[in-house]
Design a protein around this ligand. Structure first.
Ligand code: ADP
Length: 589
């Protein structure tokens, strides 16, 4: 490689220096000739002026010879000799300093003479026919003396000058060769040494590189091979990293939790779609690199992350979000370490879970427990009270004792219904899907329930009307449909007026069965209609208890309907009556 660089360098140096030498050689000759031409021009003009003063009369060869010798003698530059010729307008030689004018032929055809007559001044370089020497001619036509003053000079010495320039040019080329070889050698060392080092440093750990690299001594080939294998390794690493990144992104994006990672200066490193949705982030571009406060204006989350970064701490908190709907989130923050074993974190990661539903369920559960406790306590306290009174003597008053025992029976009955309803509700609630499906006709079922409730209806003189086609057959859990109808029809009787009506009707729309239980009772005020299906919710607590209600009937109805993905709705007017309409997709094709 080194040899190639030196050869190339010397070659270039020779070419360049030769070119320079040639141009210098041509240019300097040209310069010299034009210098001589100029000087001769001035002398011709001067001579014409002198001759004018002499009136030009009787000038002969001897005179001009003397003038030429005088000029040669007085000039600083003595490298050339002058020859002066005076030529008439017609081309006849009047006087000449180097030959006999009489014997000289007409000069009108001479280039410089023609030019002088045309333009006033003419020049030419050629071999003189008279002196047989290479001459430079300058002719000047003077109107004052009406003749041409021609001064010529020998140009033999120009060749000498040219030869001298050529000699120095050759010397310069040789010198350039030596110097350039030296520089090329130094330069190649300068360039190739680091390359060799690079090859050694990066190439040595590659087994196959060594085997191939050993064959090639040329450093650049080795370097190019090393670089290409380095590029290959880099490409492999980049591909591996890209794959890993894609896998991590897929995992992060498919998580149900919100994830936000920030660097030490609280700029976003990563944020997953769940987090964007949770905080309603409609950032035009990817918010990576943006300060977190610009996209999530929640002081507590920001503070938690900062605390985790500065204190290298894992922290947990529960935050109530007010913006974008009321939600409760659990935030788990931990520092991010750039690499294993590094104690300085590079930022922090927040794992955020929406626990609104969990907290709501917990609330419902605890409310339910306290409700159940309360509901159970009431009849139990009553029973306990009457038992105490009986023990304290009332037992011996048979009238009072029977009355108290009746109350105890009613309270025990209430307890039983309550426990039954709680068990029923929990059984239905825990079911993900309806089971024990069978085909049965609706009419006989409604009739059976009507019969069951006939005593209660008769007590209030209530007329139960069944408007159900005997044809309607459904596929469902008979026990659950029965429970649903009992609860609705029982309520329709319980909350009815004396002499009122209960109408049970059914309609089929494709696979949908619509059952309506309508009464002419007390109705439900509008403000209660939204909450009526909640557990233990009653419009009038006292009245419901009095009627033996548990407050769970409609809740059971709602859960049964949900098992079928059906719906239940209430149309009611206070004082006029209520209608519960249940739709169930239970009609068998
Ligand atoms: P309860 O055992 O108290 O009847 P439910 O869950 O069946 O409990 O009903 C909840 C409340 O809804 C009742 O306490 C009552 O106030 C009201 N309610 C239910 N059905 C009717 C109806 N048909 N007419 C008027 N009010 C009703």
């Amino acid at each position: 490689m080194r040899r190639r660089i030196v050869v190339l360098y010397v070659f270039l140096a020779v070419i360049v220096s030769s070119l320079v030498a040639y141009v210098t050689y041509r240019y300097s000759s040209q310069m010299y000739i034009s210098e001589v031409e100029n000087s001769l021009k001035n002398e011709a003009v001067l001579l014409a002026y002198t001759l004018k003063n002499m009136n030009g009369s009787g000038i002969n060869d001897g005179d001009v010879k003397e003038i030429a010798a005088l000029m040669d003698a007085n000039k600083a530059d003595k490298t050339y000799e002058r020859r002066i010729t005076l030529i008439s307008r017609e081309g006849d030689v009047i006087a000449d300093s180097s030959a006999l004018s009489d014997s000289m032929e007409n000069h009108l055809d001479r280039v410089e003479v023609k030019m002088a007559l045309e333009k006033g001044l003419g020049t030419d370089i050629r071999k003189s026919e008279t002196t047989n020497k290479n001459l430079i001619y300058v002719a000047y036509y003077s109107e004052d003396i009406d003749c041409i003053v021609r001064i010529s000079a020998t140009v033999e010495h120009i060749n000498e000058i040219r030869n001298t320039i050529l000699f120095y040019a050759v010397i310069a080329v040789l010198f350039a060769m030596v110097i350039s070889s030296y520089i090329a050698l130094k330069l190649s060392n300068f360039v190739l040494r680091p390359i060799s080092r690079l090859v050694k440093e990066y190439g040595d750990n590659k087994e196959d590189r060594e085997s191939r690299g050993r064959d090639k001594k040329d450093e650049v080939s080795q370097l190019s091979y090393t670089l290409s294998s380095l590029t290959q390794s880099l490409e492999d690493i980049i591909k591996e990293l890209k794959d890993r990144n894609a896998r991590v992104n897929t995992i992060i994006n498919s998580l149900n939790n919100a994830i936000i990672a920030v660097d030490k200066s609280m700029h976003v490193i990563m944020i997953n779609p769940v987090a964007k949705a949770m905080f309603n982030i409609n950032y035009k571009n990817d918010p990576v690199g943006v300060p977190l406060v610009h996209i999530i204006r929640n002081k507590r989350i920001n503070d938690l992350l900062i605390k985790s970064i500065t204190g290298n701490m894992v922290l947990d908190d529960e935050i109530h979000l007010t913006e974008n709907g009321k939600r409760i989130i659990s935030v788990h923050v931990s520092p991010i370490y750039p690499d294993e074993g590094n104690e300085n974190n590079g930022g922090a990661l927040a794992l955020i879970t929406d626990i609104t539903q969990v907290r709501k369920l917990e609330e419902i559960r605890s409310e339910f427990v306290s409700n159940v406790t309360h509901e159970l306590k009431t009849p139990l306290t009553s029973i306990q009270g009457f038992v105490e009174t009986l023990k304290n003597g009332a037992l011996y008053d048979s009238n009072v004792a029977v009355k108290f025992l009746d109350i105890i029976e009613i309270e025990a009955d209430r307890l039983r219904s309550l426990i039954n309803d709680i068990l029923e509700l929990s059984e239905i609630e825990n079911k993900k899907q309806e089971t024990d499906l069978s085909y049965f006709k609706l009419h006989p079922l409604v009739a059976e329930i009507s019969e069951m409730l006939s005593n209660a209806a008769e007590d209030k003189n209530i007329d139960i009307k069944i408007q159900v086609s005997p044809e309607i057959e459904l596929r469902a859990n008979r026990g659950h449909v029965k429970q649903l109808l009992i609860n609705l029809m029982d309520n329709a009787i319980k909350y009815n007026k004396t002499g009122g009506q209960v109408i049970v009707s059914a309609q089929v729309f494709g696979s949908i069965l619509e059952i309506s239980v309508k009464d002419t009772g007390i109705g439900i005020p509008e403000e209660h209609t939204d909450r009526i299906f909640e557990r233990f919710y009653r419009v009038d607590k006292g009245r419901s208890r009095e009627m033996g209600g548990t407050g769970l009937g409609l809740s059971i109805v709602k859960h049964i309907v949900q098992l079928y993905n059906g719906s239940v709705r209430l149309v009611s007017r206070e004082g006029e009556g209520s209608e519960f309409i249940v739709t169930l997709p239970v009609i068998a094709g």
